[in-house]
Design a protein around this ligand. Structure first.
Ligand code: ACO
Length: 449
């Protein structure tokens, strides 16, 4: 496999001959008494197979209705596996804890994109390609300067990554594997630079250019925290922790942001525009923005003693007020990423000093995990519950937390985008609707309304 093979998919996607194996669903339409056989493959039926079910020949046919994709698979994927009930997360088959323990983020990004961990030669070449694309166009710097001093770093990141589409017109050649490879290098390399510049702009500090002698995480820390007047050496414990956090956030199958990436990309928009769409989805407080909300919540609670009262408020709020960093659409068990982060937090706090909000977080977790409300609904800490405490301890302002999520998720977004483009079954994403509005009516002139 060479770099040029990036994101190639095997041609045979699945297609188990379901009916031959008698794997089928028999449906009786009680409206007509007709019986239909619908093939089952991978424990899934194809929604389009329901279309044949009609009362009259000119009916549109039966559809499935699934707001928020609660039980609809939008694609077949070979990238990330999650078993939410068991709390399992694997990238390309490798358990997340093994990757977090033994790999660098760049090895994991390669794994997500190419399907295999790199050998030494591939890794050196990959690292070199990423390192040599970290500089951003000077006009992007000016673009960044145009934001108000208090602009949210995620807003700046989304806008500047979208602006990259104007600087690299070759990115529109999405069907050319070499162009996809080039944009992949650019995106993974430049996201930390954009994120660091957004942070420096919001702090009113001069930008620090990338330093090719540093690792991916060290370079990011250097661009964030180096003062022009002083030398700066990133602490190895902090840069290692950041690298592990990057691994944990790199991909998470069809979450809201990735679904946006695939959806925007399905119209054959360039990858910068698609990443901007995905990052915009990530920005929301129910998704990647939750890490910021967790810290606000912990600060609002203020002390360990006030935790029971807060939990009571959440329960009485009946969904209005949520325990941020708790609950997940897929995990109905402890999020495996949260477990790793919780363990790592102690190592970071040994260097930075303990985050005073940690005690509140631990108490919140302790009480929630024993409380019937949370137990019954299978609400456990998710990745965002502890990550913010580490980000805060290393000196990141709360508003910048979600950009720390967007940087590593970029590799997952691109891997998913590449898979989507090469999947012969994929088309422009275009859901159906159930129209429940008025039937046809006649126009009424304004003076008669
Ligand atoms: N606090 C209190 N109650 C909750 C929470 C929570 N954090 N999460 C879910 N619930 C309750 C809901 O009120 C609902 O109760 P009900 O059955 O009495 O109506 C039940 O649990 C199911 O919740 P849904 O909203 O239907 O679950 P869904 O799968 O749609 O939502 C989500 C998942 C959005 C993550 C939700 O758990 C949540 O809002 N959590 C807080 C925000 C958060 O931490 N987001 C980050 C997720 S991880 C990520 O995106 C990186």
């Amino acid at each position: 496999m060479t770099i040029g093979d990036v994101m190639e998919m095997p041609k045979t996607l699945d297609t188990v001959p379901a009916l031959e194996k008698a794997e089928a669903l028999t449906i009786t339409d009680r409206r007509t008494g007709r019986v239909y056989e619908v093939p089952i493959a991978n424990d899934t039926i194809r929604a389009i197979d329901l279309r044949q079910i009609k009362v009259k020949p000119d009916d549109f046919g039966l559809m499935s209705y699934d707001p928020a994709f609660m039980n609809t698979a939008s694609c077949k994927s070979r990238i990330t596996f999650i078993d939410g009930d068991k709390g399992i997360l694997r990238y390309r088959g490798y358990p997340i804890d093994q990757l977090a323990e033994n790999c660098t983020y760049l090895e994991v990004a390669y794994l997500l994109l190419y399907g295999e961990l790199p050998n030494s030669k591939q890794y050196q070449e990959w690292k070199r390609n990423i390192t040599f694309h970290t500089m951003i166009h000077e006009s992007l710097k000016k673009f960044m300067d145009g934001f108000n001093y208090d602009a949210h770093p995620m807003g700046m990141l989304i806008a500047t990554v979208a602006a990259m589409s104007t600087l690299y017109p070759d990115a529109h050649n999405i069907h050319d594997p070499s162009s996809r490879t080039k944009q992949t290098h650019r995106l993974i390399a430049k996201m930390p630079t954009l994120a660091a510049f957004a942070y420096r702009h919001s702090m009113g500090m001069p930008y620090v250019y990338p330093d090719n002698s540093l690792s991916y995480a060290e370079n990011f820390l250097n661009m964030l925290f180096k003062m022009p007047s002083e030398s700066y050496k990133p602490n190895p414990v902090i840069s290692k922790a950041l690298d592990v956090l990057f691994i944990l956030h790199a991909d998470h199958e069809q979450n809201c942001g990735t679904n946006a990436m695939r959806s925007v990309g399905s119209s054959h928009a360039d990858p910068y525009s698609s990443v901007a769409g995905a990052a915009a989805a990530l920005y929301g407080p129910l998704h990647g923005g939750a890490n910021e909300e967790v810290l606000k919540m912990l600060a609002e609670i203020g002390s360990k003693e006030k935790v029971p009262a807060f939990i009571k408020e959440v329960k009485e709020g009946k969904g209005e007020k949520r325990l941020m960093g708790f609950g997940h659409r897929v995990y109905k068990n402890y999020d495996p990423r949260a477990k790793i982060i919780k363990r790592m937090a102690d190592e970071v706090f040994d260097v930075t000093g303990k985050n005073p909000l940690l005690d509140i977080a631990l108490e919140l977790e302790r009480i929630a995990l024993q409380d019937d409300y949370f137990v019954k609904r299978k609400l456990y800490p998710n990745v965002d519950f502890y990550s913010g405490l580490i980000y805060q301890a290393i000196g990141m302002p709360t508003a910048a937390f979600t950009v720390l999520f967007a940087i590593p998720r970029t590799s997952g977004w691109i891997a998913q985008w590449g898979e989507m483009l090469q999947d012969p079954e994929q088309k422009i994403a275009r859901p159906r609707q159930v129209y429940i509005g008025l039937d046809e009516r006649q126009f009424v002139p304004i003076d008669k309304r």
